[in-house]
Design a protein around this ligand. Structure first.
Ligand code: NI
Length: 183
């Protein structure tokens, strides 16, 4: 079991679009395993590859720790693409392992249709309009270099600026390994 350090708000790789995966080699398999371990260790519901320093278009989810979702197990999404979004939206409070202890309400489409590939690069289609849809949209944003705080209301965002600076300066408490402050 390998726990990788999680990148934090302001780390360059979190602000860059990730790259498509064209071949699944041992490195990718290893990365996925380590990402699942890292997500579980931090009690996260999802983790994107650039949150552990990789530029690959891939994220993992596991809602199994959430009440009412005990049947869920880890899911792996390679090269995901949201191809449909419902008109109906919902407002839900989100958090992020790369933005420790900070939360904010985010409005997003309630339902999504996602095309993605598994570890054999076989294509799948998924429709969800519940918690999984929310987690997928959050992780999908990561793969496009976007933080959830960029989607909260401007006035609310302003209130978070001090806390975000603290995170960048590593002046916050966190109970899982994170990256060092970039030079
Ligand atoms: Ni996140």
């Amino acid at each position: 079991m390998t726990i990788l350090p999680i990148t934090l708000y302001g780390d360059e790789i979190l602000e860059k679009k990730t790259k498509q995966i064209t071949k699944v080699d041992d490195k990718i398999i290893r990365l996925v395993k380590d990402m699942i371990d890292t997500m579980h260790n931090a009690n996260g519901m999802g983790l994107a590859a650039n949150q552990v320093g990789s530029n690959k278009a891939l994220f993992v989810t596991d809602l199994g720790g959430v009440k009412g979702y005990e049947d869920e197990s880890p899911r792996v999404f390679l090269n995901p693409k949201i191809v449909e979004q419902s008109e109906e939206t919902s407002v839900i409070e989100e958090g992020c392992l790369s933005i420790p202890s900070l939360r904010g309400e985010v409005e997003r489409p309630k339902g999504i249709k996602l095309i993605y590939q598994d570890l054999e690069l076989k294509e799948h289609e998924l429709y969800d309009e519940d918690l999984l849809a929310r987690v997928i949209q959050h992780e999908y944003d990561h793969l496009n270099g976007k933080y959830f705080v960029e989607r909260i209301e401007k006035d609310e965002f302003k209130k978070l600026k001090k806390s975000l600076k603290k995170i960048q300066d590593r002046k916050m408490d966190v109970d899982y390994p994170v990256t060092q402050k970039p030079k």
